[in-house]
Design a protein around this ligand. Sequence first.
Ligand SMILES: [Zn+2]
Length: 293
Amino acid sequence: MPELPEVETVRRGLEPAMEGARFAKVEVRRGDLRWPLAKDFVQRVEGKTVKGIGRRAKYLLVDLSSGDVLLMHLGMSGSFHVFHQPGGAALGRYYHQRKNHVAHDHVVFHMSSGAIVTFNDPRRFGSMKMVPRQKLDAEPLLKGLGPEPLGNEFDAAMLARACSGKRTSLKAALLDQRIVAGLGNIYVCEALHRARLSPKRMATTIAARSGAPNERAERLVAAIQVVLSDAIKDGGSSLRDHKRTDGGLGMFQHNFRVYDREGAKCRTPGCGGTVKRIVQNGRATFFCPACQK
Ligand SMILES: [Zn+2]
């Protein structure tokens, strides 16, 4: 499942094709995504200009000239691909080899820029929803989300406050979207390793009794921010279905220190430990028992 760096990579890939362009034509080939597309979906998108593309947690927010926001989520297996029409305007021409993927191209946006943006989703857990901008604050899909891990609100004080008194594991706390938004299994494992904190440690142990952050909270926040920034720089991680919008692959999977490395040597300099796999709350956790305490 794509996590924050993968979604941010998609956002950056869509921007040059969509920002400032008009939806010349919208084709809905299959509207039964995670939820059925609204009946007036095409009507509300077609002819509108894209003012900007933002991201909140794992949601893409396409701001339209009509005052609507097109809220999109990739779900488990969703991806966007950008094609430039042969002979199209001065856009960088990129021709993507199409294989038998076309059957899963459920929504196709023909942009006035000449770009064709397809939404492909074999498992159809992705979603698209129109929300008037002034109702965005009340939107149920976004409302309960915690702060952005790369935003100003997210710091050691905030994280410690959120974890203080929590008897759940640190890993479970970081996966809780109400505490911090957009983190999933991969980047939580990687951040905990870089912070040298055990995923089994109680969440409350990053806070003092008063709820103030201790040195572990500082280390953890720094590790989360570094791992996400590095992953975004590398275009995300290409595991299973995730590709960039131009069909290229993200490279961050080559920098995994623990994720999917069971039995391999720990990459912490001088550690010498072995990466272990355990199951927490039904999901695989990878960590090094030697340097993560
Ligand atoms: Zn280690």
